[in-house]
Design a protein around this ligand. Structure first.
Ligand SMILES: *Cc1c(COP(=O)(O)O)cnc(C)c1O
Length: 456
């Protein structure tokens, strides 16, 4: 196929009255099933990253565990491993089902990355991992480290003196900046975080209190990243954490799959093609959900089905995958404003590589309105006493989409005979660090949205 420009694709989609395109353009919620999804075994050998790469990332995090247990006491309960609980939703599941006139699923789990230690979001996986890679590499290059050393040495003067000569830069909608800022400052790096206009004030204040240089932008995420990249290139000894194009970040996220496998086994939850695992992952630029989904496919193959969830105003991955243009098209190109209460997902242009990597692996993507995200935050507070942020609530409507999908759509996912006995899992990606008064605002908006929904 000839390379396309966004305007060519848009003209064709308009002429063909492409229904997915129309729903995107009108900010209507929809479920999109990925026509390129393929049996995992048939494409496994062509993937650019492997299970061994994930294993290596996992081993690196284990080497650093003693360091974390020492300098971040909140990780000591898990011996320095940054991990979250896997819980089963009961009342919450019933309440979401009722809200959307659906039935509560057989088994609805929630992966509480909203409560990950250190930075309270899924970014505590990939973001922290990439900084550790850089720190470890520098320590090796400067002869400070050998493999047999206890990594609590990273908390000593010679290491900190080395890192003080280097800097780290990142562009973020907020949560990645928090993760990178906190770990970089702790290790002793100079660190600059370029924050998009979506970033919440409290995140900037928290970072400044830790000595992080916060650069504020009035534009969206893509611009904040571009400016960060530019600053990094102009600074010797600087590492840029490229959220739009980093396989290191991606591998950090993917380790979650190994941990989840163990947690499911501990809970004696079977995962096989007769008892599939269906996972719903909120998606921004794509690295977080992409890394987790990639890991899950490596671990569970075709027994796992992954769906991404995006805000109706920022459906960059859906647009990129559906058009086939990936990062060659932005939501602004089709007239969307990229404004959403889901600040962690307020991304207009997807990652440079995640969409293409997901082409054969992902089952589909659905979108969620801001009103529904607020309503879901309120429901989770009332029914499960869980404090999550709007971005993190996006996974909660996935089961409704599948239950209410037409037989044709469901058939395409291969879930027709097995949906009823599936384990469904909502990845709650952030929320624990949100200050109480901020959560109260989300909650109040959710109450309004619920009231409006009930009187529909
Ligand atoms: C960043 C983020 C995501 C999505 O991760 P991406 O790598 O941007 O796709 C989801 N939820 C929350 C709360 C986030 O901060």
């Amino acid at each position: 196929m000839a390379p396309q420009q966004p305007h060519d694709w848009i003209a064709r989609a308009t002429a063909q009255q492409d229904s997915v395109f129309n729903a995107l353009k009108q900010c209507r919620e929809q479920l999109w099933i990925n026509p390129k999804a393929t049996r995992f075994e048939s494409i496994k050998s062509q993937l650019p990253l492997t299970l061994a790469d994930i294993g290596e990332a996992s081993a690196r995090l284990e080497r650093f565990a003693p360091y974390f247990a020492k300098v971040f006491p909140e990780t000591s309960a898990r011996n320095g491993i940054i991990e979250s609980d896997l819980i089963q939703l009961h009342e919450g599941s019933t309440a979401v089902a009722r809200l959307f006139a659906a039935e509560a699923p057989h088994r609805l789990l929630m992966k509480c990355d909203s409560h990950l230690p250190i930075s309270g979001s899924i970014k505590a996986r990939g973001g922290i991992y990439e900084v550790l890679c850089f720190a470890e590499q520098l320590a090796h290059e400067h002869g400070l480290l050998n493999e047999s050393m206890d990594y609590t040495c990273f908390d000593t003067a010679p290491f900190k003196a080395l890192f003080a000569q280097h800097s780290i830069v990142v562009g973020s909608t907020g949560n990645l900046g928090l993760s990178i800022g906190i770990i970089s400052a702790k290790l002793g790096f100079k660190v600059s975080v370029h924050m998009s206009a979506d970033a919440r004030e409290w995140k900037k204040a928290l970072l400044r209190s830790k000595g992080v240089n916060v650069v504020e932008h009035t534009s969206d995420y893509s611009v904040a990243v571009a400016e960060g990249r530019e600053q990094a290139l102009a600074t010797p000894g600087c590492h840029f954490v490229d959220d739009e194009d980093s396989t290191t970040l991606f591998l950090g996220y993917s380790v979650a799959a190994l941990r989840l496998k163990q947690q499911l086994a501990e809970q004696q939850t079977p995962v096989d093609e007769q008892h599939p695992l269906i996972v719903y992952l909120p998606c921004g630029v794509g690295g977080g959900p992409g890394g987790v989904a990639f890991g899950l496919k490596q671990v569970f193959g075709d027994a796992v089905h992954c769906f991404f969830a995006e805000p109706t105003h920022s459906p960059c991955m859906l647009l990129g995958m559906h058009s086939g243009l990936h990062n060659g098209i932005s939501v602004q190109d089709i007239g969307l404003d990229n404004l959403t209460c889901a600040d962690g997902l307020a991304v207009g242009r997807p990652s440079a590589f995640v969409g293409a990597l997901m082409d054969p692996l992902l089952d589909g993507i659905y979108t969620v309105s801001d009103d529904h995200l607020h309503a879901l935050v309120t429901l989770m507070t009332d029914t499960e006493q869980l404090s999550i942020e709007p971005s993190a609530a996006a996974g909660l409507t996935g089961f409704v989409w599948l239950q209410q999908a037409g037989t044709d759509l469901l058939e395409q996912t291969g879930l027709t005979g097995t949906l009823k006995q599936a384990t469904q899992l909502v990845w709650a990606t952030g929320g624990n660090m949100v200050p109480e008064e901020e959560h109260a605002k989300y909650y109040a908006l959710g109450q309004q949205a619920l009231k409006a929904k009930h009187s529909e």
